[in-house]
Write a protein that binds this ligand. Structure first.
Ligand SMILES: [Zn+2]
Ligand SMILES: [Zn+2]
Length: 306
């Protein structure tokens, strides 16, 4: 991704840590139940492209302009995971992970908006995806979207009830500017935490050790270690040490007679776990994000403008 000239500032265009899958809804009079699923690292710019305000819009959406973003999902472990999520969301009837009892659950002739909402609801409930540290940002209240189903009119919220989502999925509401502020706020929080801890560690002459294996940590090797997200906690560990600890406890929780602990231990990717010092629950995705932000901001000595 290209760095912009203002790299010392956290600006709207700085979304390197961010990638989302979004759902659009057409506002054209005859296409109100038309949806469109895509992915982007900048939803504000992408919407302007779909609406033809700036160039490079997706061709499929030209006829049904204007569009609005109903909601988007982010917090994927990496961009490949986001693209896989996007594909499954676009093709729910072909997605084996959804374990559909029959392919008719997502009929081709259903309108795209209803299908997309039902598919997302099902995906976020599914164990496979709900293990990821996903966030859902809702831009248009679902209760305000009316959908025609045969002769009856229903609310979109009956197809996708957010109160039923697994607790791990964080839900926020608001327009894109509110979301940008929220997202920038969370980056700032990580930068503050990581900066102050880095300065502490360097003051100690870089001789602190990993809280798990007790071997030394090289605090200038930013890809090698993780700090607790609790600003008052001094836990630092090698990334591999904490990953092993998290996967062990997850495998222990998930193991059954059929799926043995040893087998699971090999397969599971860390999703979350407790800090070994302060016991705070930490999401793996948040830890990795904080590590990447530390590498970028601390290493390049970027100053945050308040
Ligand atoms: Zn270690
Ligand atoms: Zn801690």
């Amino acid at each position: 991704m290209a760095e912009n000239e203002n790299s010392s500032e956290v600006s709207d265009s700085k979304y390197e840590e961010f990638y989302c899958c979004y759902l659009l809804r057409s506002l054209a009079p005859n296409y109100r139940q038309t949806g469109y699923i895509g992915s982007t690292n900048n939803p504000k710019r992408r919407l302007r492209q779909h609406n033809g305000e700036i160039s490079l819009g997706a061709k499929q959406t030209v006829k049904k302009r204007p569009w609005e973003i109903v909601l988007f999902v982010y917090g994927f472990p990496n961009q490949v995971a986001a693209l896989q999520f996007e594909w499954s969301w676009q093709n729910p009837s072909k997605t084996r992970r959804l374990h559909l009892t029959s392919r008719d659950e997502f009929r081709e002739n259903d309108d795209k908006l209803s299908t997309s909402l039902r598919a997302l609801s099902k995906m976020l409930q599914d164990k496979f995806w709900s293990r990821w540290p996903l966030h859902l940002n809702i831009m248009v209240p679902l209760g305000s979207i009316k959908l025609q189903q045969g002769r009856t009119t229903i609310n979109a919220s009956t197809l996708f009830d957010i109160t039923n989502l697994p607790k791990k999925i964080r839900v926020t509401n608001g327009n894109i500017d509110e979301f940008n502020d929220y997202h920038k706020g969370s980056i700032r929080k990580h930068v503050r935490n990581e900066y102050s801890k880095y300065l502490e560690q360097i003051k100690k002459n870089n001789i602190s050790s990993c809280n798990i294996c007790l071997e030394n940590i090289d605090f200038n090797n930013h890809k090698d270690y993780i700090n607790c997200l609790n600003i008052d906690c001094n836990m630092s560990s090698h990334i591999t040490c904490l990953a092993k600890q998290f996967t062990k406890s997850e495998a222990l929780e998930e193991s059954t007679l059929k799926n043995s602990y040893d087998k699971l231990k090999e397969e599971i990717l860390p999703i979350s776990g407790k800090c070994p010092i302060c016991q705070m629950i930490l999401l793996w995705g948040d830890l990795i994000q904080a590590m990447m932000i530390r590498e970028k901001y601390v290493l390049n000595d970027l100053v945050l403008k308040e």
